[in-house]
Design a protein around this ligand. Structure first.
Ligand code: 5GP
Ligand code: ZN
Length: 111
């Protein structure tokens, strides 16, 4: 999508700190961190909301989560982490391109 911030980051049109990239997704540092480690795992395919994903896309999100759990050392989240997906206004979704927040690096506040 032309005016999507995350599509621009994926294409390299906007700068970001990338920690990981493969054919299907990237992991970048969030520009406005709310935890000591605050990363975003972003699938390269532009889908605005999780409820718009295909079964294949959704199962790929599961694979991304598994990958994250195997990259704890590189990501600095070995003491525990939280994965969050926001959908819609009430959840505070601001970027309409599905992404997983990865939070950790410190004791997180209770939800
Ligand atoms: P949402 O609120 O949609 O779940 O999360 C969007 C996240 O993207 C926010 O935490 C926000 O700080 C982050 N973000 C927005 N624009 C940019 C950007 O240009 N670069 C990076 N690295 N993060 C961004
Ligand atoms: Zn996008």
């Amino acid at each position: 999508m032309e005016d999507c911030v995350f599509c621009k980051i994926i294409k390299g049109e906007l700068l970001s700190t990338k920690l990981y990239e493969d054919n299907d997704f990237v992991i970048i540092k969030d520009i406005n961190p709310t935890a000591k480690v605050h990363l975003l795992a972003i699938p390269k395919n532009h889908v605005p909301y999780i409820d718009m994903m295909t079964e294949e896309g959704a199962s790929y999100l599961g694979k991304i989560m598994l990958k994250i759990s195997k990259m704890q050392e590189e990501l600095g989240i070995t003491e525990g982490f939280r994965l969050v997906i926001n959908q819609g206004e009430n959840a505070g979704q601001t970027v309409e391109h599905v992404h997983i927040h990865i939070l950790g690096g410190e004791k997180l506040k209770e939800m």
